[in-house]
Write a protein that binds this ligand. Structure first.
Ligand SMILES: [Zn+2]
Length: 168
């Protein structure tokens, strides 16, 4: 079988299958983590720069490892020819989560990050729609959910608790 051509399009297709270890329906592409893809004739032939989501999130090293493994396999590269690194040139923002990513979060039962500032979110002045029934009749239960990047909400309409990915 011919190896997959090593170009930007195919690299992104491979990365679209690299999921967040904590949210199995969403990929590093959906999260807007892919900052740069560089293909070169000399080593390393492929360099991928990712933007870390929530700094200090223990999942980051897992994500990097999975991305590296997937790329090495797909393009039949030597480990030394594939570099996956985190760039800190600019901060990740929850606005980078793609429309498809927001839909996948909802389908998984988590509200996507509201388009709001952290301050607005903490104040509770923004309406967060329930991912299960779309009602806006929701209230915050705990701003610090099961992970630093999530808050816990409760829907008064369908009486279900749900998690929200925090804006950042
Ligand atoms: Zn609901």
């Amino acid at each position: 079988m011919m190896p997959v051509p090593l170009d930007q399009e195919h690299v992104l297709a491979v990365l679209a299958a690299v999921k967040d270890p904590e949210i199995p329906t969403i990929s590093v592409v959906d999260l807007g983590m892919v900052e740069r893809v560089e293909v070169s004739e000399s080593a390393p032939r492929l360099t991928v720069e990712l933007i870390p989501t929530f700094l200090g999130c223990p999942a980051l090293e897992v994500i990097r490892g999975r991305a590296l493994h997937a790329l090495v396999e797909a393009f039949e590269l030597d480990q030394s020819d594939c570099l996956v690194k985190f760039g800190l040139s600019r901060p990740w923002s929850s606005d980078r989560v793609s429309a498809a990513g927001r839909e996948r979060l909802r389908a998984w039962g988590m509200a996507p990050p509201p388009m709001a500032t952290v301050a607005q979110f903490v104040e509770g002045s923004i309406a967060v729609a329930c991912p299960l029934c779309q009602s806006l009749d929701t209230e915050v239960q705990n701003l610090f959910g099961s992970a630093a990047c999530r808050a816990l909400y409760y829907c008064r309409s369908c009486r279900n608790p749900f998690e929200v990915m925090k804006p950042i």
